[in-house]
Design a protein around this ligand. Structure first.
Ligand code: FES
Ligand code: FES
Length: 163
């Protein structure tokens, strides 16, 4: 008689307390859950996108204490003390963040799938200090756009950066 190898392994969950966009959330999560999956699936903040799910596209970019990270590579359990910002914490439909406004005016998006990650990444990049156009290109190279809007994305960021 065969038996499932997993039959005697208890299902585990851990308590997570995490602060996102100024709100603290308490959830039971799988110990292996990524920050991306908690943000999207547990908290319903679906502005953060899943692209490659392996750290290569930047669609899942969020800010942790103002610094950008790929949330698909981050273990949620490690972020209990963190202050996380997602695109839902950046501007509103009535009061856009200057980068959101610039992206629209510069036609820096088509399907929009990469845009939340682009905006958050650009916020962190601009906070690093004065930048050249090449600095922006280099600094945004981890955020891919399958629609090919990179030139307009750089132009929008450059405008907000005062270039
Ligand atoms: S989904 Fe995280 S880097 Fe692509
Ligand atoms: S706007 Fe479509 S992937 Fe960037």
């Amino acid at each position: 008689m065969t038996q499932s190898l997993n039959a005697n392994i208890p299902k585990q969950s851990i308590a997570l307390s995490i602060k996102i966009n100024g709100t603290r959330y308490e959830r039971e999560i799988a110990p292996t859950a990524t920050l991306l999956d908690v943000i999207r699936d547990e908290l319903g903040l679906t502005g953060t996108k899943k692209g490659c799910d392996m750290g290569g596209c930047g669609a899942c970019t969020v800010l942790v204490a103002g610094r950008r990270i790929a949330s698909c590579l981050a273990l949620a359990a490690s972020f209990g003390e963190a202050d996380v910002t997602t695109i839902e914490g950046i501007g509103t439909a009535d009061r856009l963040h200057p980068l959101q406004d610039a992206f629209i005016r510069h036609d820096a998006l088509q399907c929009g799938y990469c845009t939340p990650g682009q905006i958050l990444s650009a916020i962190a990049l601009l906070a690093e200090g004065p930048l050249s156009i090449d600095d922006i290109r280099e600094g945004m190279s981890g955020n891919l756009c399958r629609c090919g809007a990179h030139a307009n994305i750089v132009a929008a960021i450059a405008e907000v950066g005062g270039l």
